[in-house]
Design a protein around this ligand. Sequence first.
Ligand code: ATP
Length: 228
Amino acid sequence: MLEIDKLTVFYGTEKAVNELSLKVSGEVLCLCGRNGAGKSTVLRAVAGLVEVDSGQISLHGQSVMTIPLHKRLESGIGYVPEDRKLFKEMTVRENIEVARIGVKASGRQEMDIDELLPELASLYNRKSKLLSGGQQKLVSIARAIVTSPGVLLFDELLEGLARSMMIKISDIVKKIKEEGKDILCAESSLDKAGMYADRIIWLEKGRIVATGTPAEIKRQITDAIRAK
Ligand code: ATP
């Protein structure tokens, strides 16, 4: 279980996340909201990529706040950033091998990538820069799951993809959840989030303004627009 309690993050004097609390347990929870709402900052705070000003983040009841930022991703968290962060000149295999190094060091079980992402098998020797955007996302997911983390963070997973690839990746996310993982995501689009999320948190200016299933949130937004 991933638990966030009263998380606050500033960039300089700007409060990007404001006393945000949530729990992710055996589900796919997706943060939604307009650009700048604070979605990526929450994920980056969990991944240890931004300094937290106050609040708590814990995995399975254990605080990760004391784990140094550079060690956070080795401690059971897998992260797919918005911009994928692949080594473009490396092949798919090499990109995945680099991510495996941490697993070997920790002695942790590896997750079976071929079973979950069979499409990658034919691409192993291709340089990452030659892949389509969707294929790059698949490699990025492979890199995140290879260490078999208990918690996964996916930032704008479906952004910029063709509909067929969105469906494929949504199915992969659901399969990863069925393996017992807790998944926290961010999507600007409620429709995209609705393709794979069990629950949505709607953020505005770093604060939670609504929580519910994708259908419930959609209804609330439609009602709010009608009431204007
Ligand atoms: P987007 O979908 O555009 O990424 P978001 O909901 O993920 O939006 P964040 O990227 O978390 O929002 O940004 C929250 C706020 O913090 C925004 O006002 C943004 O301008 C600001 N911000 C984000 N990253 C930085 C940074 N590195 N330095 C300064 N301000 C930042």
